[in-house]
Design a protein around this ligand. Structure first.
Ligand code: SAM
Length: 331
């Protein structure tokens, strides 16, 4: 693949805001936990000096191949094939302890969605797979073989906020039993007919939430977020930044709550005048209210429409001690 082809496949979302939030030192050591096709990574590299370093991770072998091509041309850059739950391990292998900033651009990339054979899209027929890392885990087709209607309903509710979760779950398992569920096109058809007629032609296709929920389930995405963000916070130097782009409210809530637990860790009852639990804050919000793309960006890249960027900063030991002791924190 030529470099231009590699990078033209995915338009990075909230690019300037994300990279601007991460960058503060041209000689710093940075981590991009979701390389994709490197839109954010390349922008960050443009700001780094010859001494700066950028390490990227991705669980998708195609993304890693694109990253390896970049690493061949730029000695400041390296990529690891790993999910970001393994961030701590990857940093240890590299001999990096504390870093300047860590970024996450969650979800799937355009090439993943656009390649029918990956099974992410209901707009093209493909296998029931949905794994970001095709070299490990189980494809959707296998996972559906072992799930009960109750569990599947719960998946669609929790990860898709799907109003018709039970009807869709039942229809999916019936189609599976009748051997009528063999492709993403079949799955789209099942979702379409499972929802009431008045819900079939709204602004959102009736399969959208189900496809999102199943993808999150297949890839264990919520557990990945928990482990990845927790490891990132642990490995930031004082003043180091954490920037996270998420694409739906469930994901964003999870990110917000994880960071908030480090901003306001105190568990003392609110009526206490001073904190006695001894839990010290380790992070402060730089953007607690998520930043969103402007109309211009959405017009150019409709996939950016639902994106939300949250940014936080690691406190120094002195700041942490100064802010501790106040119930609920002072920020
Ligand atoms: C939205 S895309 C990132 C696009 C990238 N910022 C760019 O500009 O090209 C998300 C990427 O993160 C990867 N990814 C998602 N979850 C991951 C995880 N838990 N660990 C590692 N990579 C992950 C996906 O494989 C995909 O390539």
């Amino acid at each position: 693949m030529a470099q231009d082809e590699i990078y033209s496949e995915h338009i990075p979302v909230l690019r300037d805001a994300f990279v601007g939030a991460l960058f503060d030192d041209p000689d710093g050591y940075y981590v991009d936990c979701t390389f994709g096709r490197g839109g954010h990574s390349r922008q960050l590299l443009e700001r780094l000096s010859a001494d700066g370093r950028l390490l990227a991770l991705d669980r998708d072998p195609d993304a890693v191949a694109a990253g390896e091509a970049l690493a061949q041309c730029d000695p400041r850059f390296a990529i690891a094939h790993a999910d970001f739950a393994r961030l701590g391990e990857v940093l240890a292998e590299k001999g990096w302890d504390k870093v300047s900033a860590i970024g996450f651009d969650l979800g799937v990339s355009s090439p993943q969605v656009d390649q029918a054979e990956r099974g992410f899209s209901f707009r093209q027929a493909g296998p029931l797979d949905m794994r970001m890392d095709v070299s490990s885990g189980q494809p959707l087709s296998r996972m559906l073989e072992h799930v009960s209607e109750r569990e599947l309903t719960d998946v669609l509710r929790r990860f898709g906020d799907e109003r018709y979760a039970q009807r869709i779950a039942r229809a999916i398992l019936t189609a599976l039993r009748e051997q009528k569920l063999n492709s993403t096109a079949d799955l789209e058809n099942v979702c379409f007919h499972a929802v009431p007629k008045q819900a079939r032609y709204g602004s959102t296709h009736p399969a959208t939430r189900t496809f999102q929920a199943l993808r999150i389930w297949v890839n264990g995405e919520m557990d990945q977020i928990d482990a990845g963000i927790t490891a990132a916070i642990e490995h930031l130097r004082p003043g180091g930044r954490l920037a996270v782009i998420s694409f739906h409210s469930g994901e964003d809530r999870r990110v917000r709550d994880l960071i908030e637990a480090h901003v306001h860790p105190c568990v003392c009852p609110p009526q206490m005048p001073l904190c006695v639990c001894g839990k010290k804050p380790t992070m402060r919000w730089l953007h607690k209210k998520p930043l969103r793309p402007d109309e211009q960006e959405v017009a150019v890249n409709p996939r950016s429409r639902s994106s939300m960027l949250r940014v936080a900063q690691r406190l120094s030991e002195e700041e942490s001690v100064r802010l501790a002791g106040y119930v609920g924190g002072l920020q």
